[in-house]
Design a protein around this ligand. Structure first.
Ligand SMILES: Nc1ncnc2c1ncn2[C@@H]1O[C@H](COP(=O)(O)OP(=O)(O)OP(=O)(O)O)[C@@H](O)[C@H]1O
Ligand SMILES: Nc1ncnc2c1ncn2[C@@H]1O[C@H](COP(=O)(O)OP(=O)(O)OP(=O)(O)O)[C@@H](O)[C@H]1O
Ligand SMILES: [Mg+2]
Ligand SMILES: [Mg+2]
Lengths: 156, 161, 156, 161
């Protein structure tokens, strides 16, 4: 049981390192609180952004946590990579630069897995192959496919 | 397996028959606050068999039915591509339909034929598709993931591994 | 005790109605679950946006909840209005239109109470009397006052 | 009463002496992710007497001290306008300084003179100023407010009224 866990743990850790590097300039990894008896301790999720010190997830900034969590979620999929991903405003806390980087990463990732991303930011929408605009009239929602050039005007 | 199409009628704010045809690659959904974007994510989870009103952001399943419309049922169909046959059904496309009536009764259909809820669950499990998989990240949930304690994270990993 | 509570409750409800209307086109109010014995029940926070049906806070959308919560927080200040307000990215879930409206509202509000707002959106920053830019170099934070015209370039 | 000035040194990511002079009206703070914006909000709460590491987003108070710098203390000063005299101190401006040393000892100063923590708390309470007042809304906390249950909301109102 312990061997099987350690083997999978190392695989997830390896995936996390790969994925995080693809999104931002930095590193991320997992650490066992108690390497000798893993189940007696927790799992630390560590992120290092740019040339800053590495820090545990809980003491990173809001935007840094969001990037680290996305990388972690994608690394721990039981079937890797998952068939499809659905993300609802995962870019809400990101600044323009990180949103751009996350958008580029998802574009690459969408070559092998389908991505359905809900976002309010043009930076992300402009990377998509297809954009849906959702509208509400008198409490009733409608959906129409959007051309990207039209989206920018809409948003304003 | 990926999502080819989603059709909604009477589900939350989608009173009228609405269709979204997705591409295999990168799809984006946008719109103003309150327009119905997250309701689309809920509809996908509903079609994939979610039985937790809370994860569909409601207190009771009956509140999923569009308020204020004459039709008193919610129906969502999801069409999945099955070219590689990972869903054990003999067709290239698999359409799952779920209906919820006002009196709480529910019906499931596979490619148009009535089927039981358990049969749907088994089919999806065979292709590692679940309505509450970690590949579906609802609005605001990243904060919860980021602020997990190390011991919660260990528990999560043990459930997955 | 009950009378005192009801009196304050009605005051807060009145403030909530006033404030919400100033931010968006719609209404918001408080309702007692058990009006005869208030302490035996809870307090509902209701929001009605545009021409949609009124709904309890928990079943509104992410952006709608954010606007309603801001109005509620400002209405329940023990000393009204508070001396100062400090808001950290309360606009993260808002679309361009709602962010613009919230910015206009805070601008008005800042005539009578000091506001310190942390935001990544130009729409909000452009309304401020003074903008501070925070930078990080090798893990060390620095602050410089910014001219608004410069901010737009920075954000890009 | 409003905040005239904030000075930080050795507090979280603010290794060097940093000053922010606020206006009475609408102040905005911006910057990239991880630049130090929310640390400024934490510094204000620290200066106003917060003793909860959790509300300062740390596990222990000692982690508030800037890592990686030679100076092993954190110092934050906040200057409040007191034209209307609501803080019972005989001066138009009131500066509160709080220092935290590496060994955990803390010191408070009022307009440059040593004072006890309790005395500071009493002065601020007289002017309805608190480090965890509802007028300070940390990052991500709006979601918690919005998703409160009706009974939690009743409890909150009872604490305020
Ligand atoms: N059963 C229902 N009948 C009618 N309308 C409903 C029903 N359930 C929810 N709604 C409405 O659906 C609206 C849209 O909700 P949704 O959460 O999808 O918005 P959103 O586009 O994700 O917005 P945001 O950008 O703020 O997150 C809500 O305002 C709510 O009033
Ligand atoms: N004691 C400390 N010493 C040095 N750096 C610290 C210390 N505590 C926190 N930090 C650093 O401060 C950085 C900035 O955090 P902060 O939460 O203020 O960012 P922010 O500007 O609010 O970003 P976001 O837009 O993502 O919310 C973090 O990346 C963290 O590494
Ligand atoms: Mg939403
Ligand atoms: Mg922050």
């Amino acid at each position: 049981k312990k061997e099987a866990f350690i083997k999978s743990f190392e695989q997830i850790d390896k995936r996390l390192r790969e994925i995080f590097k693809q999104i931002v300039d930095g590193n991320a990894w997992l650490e066992l609180e108690n390497p000798d008896n893993p189940f007696d301790g927790g799992v630390f999720l560590i992120g290092q952004f740019g040339d800053k010190q590495p820090r545990e997830s809980a003491s990173l900034s809001g935007g840094e946590k969001a990037v680290l969590s996305v990388a972690f979620l994608m690394a721990i999929q039981s079937s890797y990579p998952a068939n499809f991903y659905i993300f609802d405003e995962i870019d809400a806390n990101l600044d323009a630069e990180k949103a751009e980087k996350l958008g580029n990463f998802l574009k690459k990732w969408s070559m092998s897995s389908q991505i359905i991303l809900i976002s309010l930011k043009d930076t992300m929408l402009s990377k998509a192959d297809k954009v849906f605009g959702v509208y509400e009239r008198e409490g009733v929602s409608q959906v129409i496919p959007l051309e990207m050039s039209k989206v920018s005007n809409e948003q304003q | 397996v990926y999502i080819l199409k989603l059709e909604l009628k009477g589900f939350k704010s989608f009173r009228d028959h609405t269709t979204l045809e997705f591409t295999k690659g990168f799809n984006a959904i946008t719109g103003k606050n309150g327009s119905g974007k997250s309701n689309i994510l809920d509809a996908i989870r509903f079609a994939l068999g979610s039985n937790s009103p809370k994860s569909l952001r409601e207190s009771r399943m009956s509140r999923l039915i569009n308020e204020g419309s004459r039709n008193k049922f919610a129906r969502v169909s999801i069409t999945l591509s099955n070219e590689n046959g990972s869903i054990p059904v003999n067709s290239e496309k698999v359409t799952i339909t779920r209906e919820l009536m006002e009196d709480g009764t529910q019906r499931y259909f596979l490619n148009g034929k009535r089927i039981t809820k358990n049969a749907i669950e088994d089919l999806l499990a065979a292709a590692s598709i679940s309505s509450d998989g970690l590949n579906i990240v609802p609005q605001g949930s990243l904060n919860t993931i980021a602020d997990m304690s190390p011991s919660d994270r260990m528990q999560l990993l043990q459930e997955i591994i």
